[in-house]
Ligand binder design. Structure first.
Ligand SMILES: Cc1cc2nc3c(=O)[nH]c(=O)nc-3n(C[C@H](O)[C@H](O)[C@H](O)COP(=O)(O)O)c2cc1C
Length: 359
């Protein structure tokens, strides 16, 4: 019997074996602070592909050195990083999954301590590998230093960074590209009036605040051509008065569709500290469903989806086209195999050497 979550999905001619995907998850594991993936990333991402996911997405990867969240982030601004990433795409492909990478610029939330180990708080000082952050305006994120506001040349350099990283990503064998427009990082900072008070063509109206993201989408598409599916990840809301919200997300998503974006991944939050978020199973799913309905685009849902039947139901009831499973995949990289087992779906790509575990 088929199962909705195990139905293939095709984006721009790329057939993906199912709709249970791995979202980007920063490992903060580049101890050399050079942005080059290590054996940790190979093992981590390879095991997620082996676990049966349709797409494995590589974590937020800085398109420039200043675009990293922490000094231990992955980067994709040079050929050594590209070549090391190509080992990872080979391994993901060898397990039958497709490889995506989230291209990111952390903006005013850059140069922070990695999310595990000692975390003194605030920005990372230069002697520990830190740097001056940049943003749309000189408005700091709570607890961090004020960013330098990007001027026109700085904005052009950000766009060029995304374009060069997208080229290297495709050359490294990635099948899909994801642009990080969520979680209070640079592209989201431009979108939200709470972090963007510019008075030029990048601030003010929704059209102006969306200009940078749409520029990046167009420039990346021009660089990589028509064959590569492009995902944009958005925060549907800042969860804060006067901030980015669902109606703006819906309008922007329609524009992104018109600019050739193939799928919107709907998350939330990250641009304002200390907000009340009603976290619970599938708590961001209604946002994804709303964007799906209004934009007509395929959407990915994420957030506390960690049960096989919940995942199946979301796709079967047309609430989202793809389900992203984050933390549960860290706890159990074989979550898709376990889901198939629970749904009594005979997964044709269950790894042979593991078969006896599921009889
Ligand atoms: C360790 C970790 C790292 C993360 N890194 C990223 C990231 O690089 N980019 C991103 O957009 N979201 C990131 N997220 C958010 C996840 O992609 C996901 O949206 C979130 O964990 C909610 O899904 P879940 O409840 O299934 O874990 C991260 C989450 C975790 C737990």
């Amino acid at each position: 019997m088929t199962r909705a979550v195990f139905d293939p999905i095709t984006l721009r001619g790329l057939e993906i074996r199912n709709r249970l995907w791995i979202p980007p998850m920063c490992q903060y594991a580049v101890d050399a602070q050079d942005g080059v993936p290590t054996d940790w990333h190979l093992m981590h991402l390879g095991s997620l592909a082996r676990g049966g996911a349709g797409v494995v997405t590589v974590e937020a990867t800085g398109v420039t050195p200043e675009g990293r969240i922490s000094p231990q982030d992955l980067g994709l601004w040079n050929d050594a990083q590209r070549d090391a990433l190509s080992r990872i795409t080979d391994l993901i492909h060898a397990q039958g999954a497709q490889a995506a990478i989230q291209l990111a610029h952390a903006g005013r939330k850059a140069s922070t301590w990695r999310a595990w180990g000692p975390r003194p708080g605030g920005n990372v000082p230069a002697e520990h590998g830190g740097w001056q952050s940049v943003g749309p305006s000189e408005i700091p994120f709570d607890g961090l230093e004020a960013p330098e506001a990007l001027d026109a040349a700085g904005i052009d350099a950000v766009v060029a960074g995304f374009v060069a990283a997208a080229r290297r990503a495709v050359d490294a064998g990635f099948d899909l590209l994801e642009l990080h427009g969520a979680h209070g990082y640079l592209l989201h900072e431009f979108l939200s009036p709470l972090s963007n008070d510019r008075t030029d063509e990048y601030g003010g109206s929704l059209e102006n605040r969306a200009r940078l993201l749409l520029r990046v989408v167009d420039a990346v598409r021009a660089e990589v051509g028509e064959a590569v599916p492009m995902i944009v990840r958005l925060s549907a809301t800042d969860w804060a008065e006067g901030g980015w919200d669902l109606p703006q997300t819906e309008t922007l998503s329609s524009w992104l569709g018109a600019h050739g974006v193939d799928l919107i991944s709907i998350s939330s939050g990250g641009n304002v500290a200390d907000v009340q978020i009603p976290v619970g199973p599938g708590y961001q799913l209604p946002f994804a469903s709303a964007v799906r309905r209004s934009s007509g685009l395929p959407v990915a849902a994420v957030g506390m989806i960690d049960d096989p039947f919940q995942a199946e139901q979301i796709v079967a009831l047309d609430q989202a086209d793809v389900v992203l499973v984050g933390r549960e995949s860290l706890r159990d990289p074989n979550f898709p195999i376990r889901t198939a087992d629970a749904l009594r779906y005979d997964m044709p790509y269950k790894p042979g050497p593991y078969e006896r575990a599921y009889r």
